[in-house]
Design a protein around this ligand. Structure first.
Ligand code: ATP
Ligand code: FE
Length: 339
């Protein structure tokens, strides 16, 4: 089947068309307006989705080289996310499904980040992970370890108790003087840095949960203190600070994953979400699997880490194959719901 996927949970309008598991087109319209505000402004995001969505859909159909009548079903993000932006995507998807008389499929955004690994050639492993596996979702809104028994049989084993990993990185990045989203900038500037130069405290959280707000405050306090003594502290140490932050974050993630592996006996790890684009985190997990040959680590290609329409389309396709259709009366939700 040919499925169109519409993603509008945050600040990017993503529309993709896939046929079976192959991506025919994957269009993303980024909203630059938020850069200067240090975070996404929900009302502005809704308006821009509204302005861009029809164009994104047209572009996706055009670059897929298909006619719209060939599309078998429409899938869209139902939640979690910003409610205004979600409503824009939902309204468009519903009208599209009515207009073409094709079924409607709704997608949980967090589930979709994980299921993006079932798009053909979407990870650097060039293979689909076998069940069961542990999904590590690291994104702007979530940080979770999820036991995945089957496509739609998922169980959250651990979550962040406060900030998500992406959120704290973005806030730290803002303090360092980067625009929103700062995660990619920290990554970029870390490349020639000495990652052992600064040591920040690791949060102590029981079980498989995470906490990043203490870590974030620790970094922010440290920088403030240094800046009081030396105005040029940041300028002189930017690369080393970025590298040191990432080094600790990678350690926090690996510690938890080791724990999860011990607890579940599952050796297959699937990384997902925007922060999994980070080169230090990717490399740490790759060396981890090289040291422990029985571990299998699945790493998404960069274009499938941050929000995209293809992950919504693949989740839609997997639902389509299982007849998991939805009614036009369904409404979006903003907060994370268990699967
Ligand atoms: P959610 O999926 O939880 O609703 P979201 O959709 O906003 O949140 P994503 O698009 O998955 O989140 O990821 C965005 C986050 O990824 C941002 O916080 C951004 O800073 C971070 N990010 C993107 N690239 C990198 C990178 N190379 N290094 C570190 N962080 C990155
Ligand atoms: Fe996301």
């Amino acid at each position: 089947p040919i499925i169109i996927g519409i993603e509008s949970s945050c600040d990017d309008t993503g529309v993709s068309i896939i046929q079976n598991r192959k991506v025919l087109s994957n269009i993303i319209i980024h909203q630059k307006i938020h850069n200067k505000y240090g975070g996404v402004v929900p009302e502005l995001a809704s308006r821009l989705h509204d302005q861009n969505i029809a164009r994104a859909v047209q572009k996706a159909i055009f670059s897929a080289k298909i006619h719209r009548y060939q599309i078998d079903a429409v899938s869209f993000t139902l939640g979690p996310g910003l409610i205004g932006p979600l409503l824009v995507g939902a309204s468009f998807a519903k009208s599209f499904s009515m207009g073409l008389d094709i079924p409607l499929l709704t997608v949980n955004h967090v589930q979709a980040h994980i299921l993006s690994h079932f798009i053909q050639n979407s990870n650097i492993n060039n293979s689909y992970p076998e069940f069961p596996f542990l999904g590590l979702v690291m994104s702007g809104g979530h940080t979770q370890i999820i036991k995945v028994n089957d496509f739609f049989k998922m169980e959250v084993l651990g979550s962040t108790l406060d900030d998500s990993i992406g959120e704290s990185l973005d806030k730290i990045a803002r303090m360092l003087g980067f625009c929103y989203p700062g995660g990619p900038m920290v990554d970029f500037f870390s490349k020639n840095g000495n990652e052992k130069k600064f040591v920040f405290s690791k949060p102590k959280v029981n079980g498989l949960n995470f906490s990043f707000s203490g870590f974030k405050s620790d970094v922010l306090q440290f920088i403030k203190k240094k800046l009081k003594r030396d105005n040029f502290f940041l300028k002189k140490n930017l690369s080393d600070i970025c590298a040191s932050i990432q080094n600790i974050i990678a350690e926090i993630l690996l510690d938890k994953i080791e724990k999860a592996i011990l607890q579940t006996g599952i050796f297959r790890i699937v990384l997902a979400g925007g922060v999994s684009a980070n080169h230090k985190i990717r490399n740490s997990f790759i060396s981890f699997s090289k040291k422990n040959k029985e571990f299998e680590i699945f790493i998404p290609k960069k274009e499938y880490t941050t929000d995209n329409g293809a992950m919504i389309a693949i989740t839609g396709l997997l639902k389509y194959e299982r007849n998991l259709f939805d009614s036009i009366h369904i409404t979006p939700y903003s907060k994370f719901k268990t699967f």
